[in-house]
Design a protein around this ligand. Structure first.
Ligand code: BTN
Length: 334
């Protein structure tokens, strides 16, 4: 009989504290004794934790008998690297980080059903079973992408949840443009962000709901950040921020910008009566395909021309038989 799979462990919070300490003393060598005292453990345990950080890709020099120093600023999505900059947002308090996990959406859904608070964020350096829409997988190579799931508990009927996916796409676009305004992301309904016609980000929104009320929603966002290449089957359709711009991006910076932007969109949705209309309007503005594009709706097996989004965010397609509202499924250029 197969033994049950062991749940992936969260990254040891002491790793983030060590990194923070080394950043705070970036120009000097910090002794193992000092780190051990600050973290509240032994020098040999610090040595073991430093090894773990090196395995995560953090470039730490070890100086025999004197201590440790950072050779370069690490770009890890550790809670200690993010929390300060997310202070005051919904996402600053409950950040969970995993070195390697099946899927951040799966762990977020499990945490949500066990009562985790709204605003909990689940991040991984690597996913071994990253999920996309339908039966798709999400390519989740170690430490080059952002694999992020945010837990929300909005007072919405299930039929209104699509707007959260659209808002997440807008948040990704804002985050990218805040960092480099020369990049022009294009939204493809309902959950893709494209650059130069290739996919740089996908959003997977999953929920648990009663008939009239959502219990919780997990918004899973995958962003290709620093990939230099993709497996052969993805090469023609995927890109990364690095491939699109020719420069390396800070995942920490992108992740902070993303969560701050998602916080603004979500708060506005809860507080302003006209926020949904604004999201729909901005989505259409940012999408080259939401209006006037000839498309094939794969699951329905019909063709038509896109005519924007309806009041809940569903895509309208004009066909020879009249207007059709697309609730889900794949829509591709005809
Ligand atoms: C898609 O384009 O089909 C959606 C892709 C969503 C990928 C993200 S990565 C973080 C989160 N965890 C998952 O398993 N999937 C989402």
């Amino acid at each position: 009989m197969a033994s049950p799979q062991k749940a992936a462990a969260q990254t040891d919070a002491r790793l983030g504290r060590i990194v923070r300490l080394l950043i705070a003393h970036a120009t000097v060598v910090v002794s193992g004794t000092k780190i051990a005292a600050e973290i509240g453990t032994s020098r040999s345990e610090i040595w073991r934790l430093v090894q773990q950080l090196r395995d995560l890709g953090v470039d730490i020099a070890g100086h025999p008998s004197t201590g440790y120093s950072l050779r370069s600023m690490p770009d890890l999505l550790l809670p200690d690297m993010l929390a300060l900059q997310l202070h005051g947002t919904l996402f600053g308090e409950h950040i969970h980080h995993y070195y390697k996990i099946g899927s951040t959406n799966t762990v977020a859904l499990e945490a949500a059903s066990a009562g985790a608070p709204e605003g909990s964020v689940f991040l991984a350096e690597q996913q071994t079973a990253g999920r996309g829409r339908g039966a798709n997988q999400w390519h989740s190579e170690r430490s080059v992408g952002i694999y992020c799931s945010a837990l929300l508990r909005p007072a919405l009927p299930p039929s209104d949840v699509l707007v959260l996916t659209l808002a997440a796409g807008l948040a990704v676009c804002s985050a990218i443009q805040e960092i480099d305004s020369r990049v022009v992301p294009d939204l493809k309904w309902p959950n893709d962000v494209l650059i130069d016609g290739k996919k740089v980000c996908g959003v997977l929104t999953e929920m648990q709901a009663e008939v009239t009320r959502v219990r919780y929603v997990v918004v899973g966002i995958g962003i290709n950040v620093n990939q230099w290449s993709f497996p052969a089957d993805l090469q023609a359709i995927a890109t990364s921020l690095r491939l699109a711009t020719g420069t390396e991006w800070s995942r920490v910076e992108v992740c902070v910008a993303l969560l701050r932007s998602l916080d603004r969109e979500y708060r506005s949705l809860l507080e302003n009566a006209d926020a949904t209309a604004s999201i729909l309007h901005r989505f259409e503005e940012r999408s080259s395909s939401a209006r006037g594009q000839r498309v094939v709706v794969e699951d329905g097996g019909f063709e038509g021309v896109t005519e924007g989004l309806d009041s809940r965010g569903f895509l309208q397609v004009r066909t020879d038989q009249g207007m059709r509202t697309i609730l889900s499924g794949v829509v591709r250029p005809a």
